[in-house]
Structure formats: C-alpha cells, structure tokens
Design a protein around this ligand. Sequence first.
Ligand code: ATP
Length: 425
Amino acid sequence: MTVIGLDDTDSRERGMCTTYLAARLAERVVAEGGTIDRRLLVRLNPAVEYKTRGNAALALHTDLDPDRALELAAAELEPLAETDDPRTSPGVVVAGDAPEAVPDAVADFTRRAIRELLDPAEALAVLDAAGYRHRGWEGGRGRIGALAAVGAWAALEEWTYERISYRAFERCGTPRDVDEASVFEEAERFYPDAWDTVDRVERQAVCVPNAPGPILYGIRGDEADAVSDLADRIESEPTERSATFLTNQGTDAHLADGRIGDLRDGRAYRVDGTVASDPETRRGGHVFFEFEGPAGSDARVDCVAFEPTKRFRDRVRALRVGDDLTVCGEVTDGTLKLEKFAVRALRRTAETNPTCPSCGRSMASAGRDQGYRCRDCGTSAAEPATVPLDRDLERGWYEVPPCARRHIAKPLVRGGFDAPVHPER
Ligand code: ATP
C-alpha cells in the first residue's frame, strides 16, 4: 500500500484548494491503473498562523508504486500550486506503508499536529526516520501537514464525510450560481445525517464557500450516502467533478483537557471552572467574561464569544457569576475563544439588600463588612437577603451556530456528549 500526503498548495487571494489537487491526483492515479481506497481530508491545529483558511491536509490511500506516486503528485501539483504567493509552501510525502500500519512516531506526529504547533525540522526528522519519500517547494512547510495526513488513519478513530462538488476551473473567481432554495430544502431533508449545510437563523448556505477557489459546495455529515445524495440534489451551475472525503471535521479532535493556569497559546482545550465576572459586551459586539479554576485556585482566564458567533453570544450573556461550566475553545494571547460550553450548575439565587423588619423598606449597606442598616428605623441586619434568580439557560451543552463553526469543531447534534445538548442549526 502507498499513502500520499499533500498540503499547502493554495493562496488566500488567488484561491486554489488542496482538496482539488487531491481529487485530480486521485483521478490521475486511476487513469494509470491504480486504485484509490480512500481520500482523507484532515483538519490540523486551527491555531496555526501559516494556514490559508482551514488548515486542511490531504491523503490518498492507493496501491500505486510509491516512486510513481511521488512523480504523479509532483506533476499534478506544480501547475496548480499557487507558489507565487509567498505564503504558499507546498509539500508532498509518500509512504510505502499500509495506512493503518505507519510507525507510532508518525501517528503521534498527526495527533500533535492537530493540537500543537510543530516545527518543519521535526517533520523532516520523523519523515527520514520512517524512510518516507518527500518533496517540498518554496521551503516545503507543507510537509508538516502532508506527514500528518499520512499518519491520520492510524492516529484517529472518529471519521465523518464531506462530499465536495467542484466548479469548472475556468469559472473560478466568478460568482457561484447555486440555488439557495434547493440547498435549504435538501439540508432539511437530510438533517441530521448531514449537518452544517445551512444556518437557518442567519439564512446562510454555509456549504457554499465565499472565498475564490474551485469548490462549489461541500456537504458534511455522518453518512457517506446522505452527503452525496444531498449534494446531487442541489440545483446549481454544472459541476466539473465531485469527490467524497473521509475527514476529522466535526469531531473536536483539536480539544485537549486543560486546567486554568496551565493553558498555552496556540492550543485548544476543554476546561472546567466557574464564571468569575458577569459577561460584558465590548466594542465590536464581542462578549467577555472571566472564568476561574476550582475552589482553592485563584487562576483565571478570559473567555470571549466573538461577534461572528451571533446568537451564541446571547447564551454567553445569560451566564452569571458562580455558574459552573465546561468551556471549549482555542487560547490566543491568554484568551479562550469559545466554541461551545456546558452548563454544569447554574446559580439560582442572588443576594440583595434585606428588607427592614420594622418598616418594610429596603435596608442600605452599613459599609464594607458591616452588614445593613435601615435609614429610617436604624434597625440593622448582618446578612443580605437571598432572592431567586430567573435563568434563561438550562443544564447542558450550548454551541456556536453553523455559520461560525470551525471545521474541526463537533456539532452537538452528532451526539456523544456528557450532558443534554442544545444544538444550533
Ligand atoms: P490549503 O488548502 O492550502 O491546505 P490551509 O488553510 O489548509 O490551505 P495551508 O496553506 O495548508 O492552510 O497552511 C498550513 C501550513 O501550516 C502548512 O504548511 C502546514 O504544513 C503547516 N501546519 C499544519 N499544522 C501545523 C502544526 N500543527 N504546526 C505547525 N505547522 C503546521
């Protein structure tokens, strides 16, 4: 068996897409008499600064001879890769191993490439130790992703599907002609086997990209048949080719269990703690709150729901000091960018000034740590009164809507969560 890994061929401005290269290379392999067993679309650490958009890397599983595979990959890549863009740094890695039998060091590299920031030198060391063939262009940073894609089948357990339909290449850069009504109708029909096709509240067909490039639409889901049936039913301009990829999208593979105080920039975590400040909406519509570790630790981290997360911010604004949560998201500059959170326990009461037992008026604070005093009667009280707090949240998981979902983040509708879920669609 042979595994071909590919990465970093596209450009943000000019638009290409490594999935397109992989789809074309797969066709070329078949034309040469090879088989394609699988196409993998692997999302790596979304915090990587070099990424063009979604930090995707691609792998093809084939029976083609490894030397021939490398030649073909280079021949397909060279005319397509946007190497005039200084940020584009393509890499190809070819392994002569069965995909499930790559060395542990390679599978481990994949797991780390999804959660950590890695160095090109490390990729080269692992490649050489494994005896893999490889080529890089313009520095060949893409070999990090290409190697991670080679190790993915052994490293990961959970897979979803994406059916990608491509435009005629000469139409790239022109507006996409996709009938939105058919997208919404079919999204409804196939939900939840296919998810994140549309955002019903924002009225957005999220399966149709905005960026230039050859993808017309990409349909994601748990069932291969569902994603390709849905894709076939969308009315649109002609599609030049389609391909189904196995992917780690929608799996939360990027999240590691973390503790407040030990969180590092450039990684994404699942963290338990307690809301330590009431949420505050700042300029730009971003909503912040402070989150603190379990009792006894005074470590805190800022959490933020950015404006593009839309209605998710209402959920965050509904939080109160004292709520126990699990929060998930990437840490950048010490701030955790929320993707989802679970309410573990809600604070149900609030403290307020007590009522005077003599006159029934509200008592005032008598000063710091001095209890309360009635201005009219002079009566004093040591403790505040407790009133019930109306809450707009329930126990369980809340998530950003489909329009703001990161590729790798797991939609709640997929299930397998440790509390009730409140899915957005
Ligand atoms: P494309 O469609 O070209 O794949 P993209 O958004 O997926 O676009 P890339 O252009 O591939 O982004 O850029 C990501 C770059 O970062 C690649 O060179 C890849 O090798 C590298 N990379 C991926 N994961 C890591 C990581 N964990 N640490 C460091 N570099 C990484």
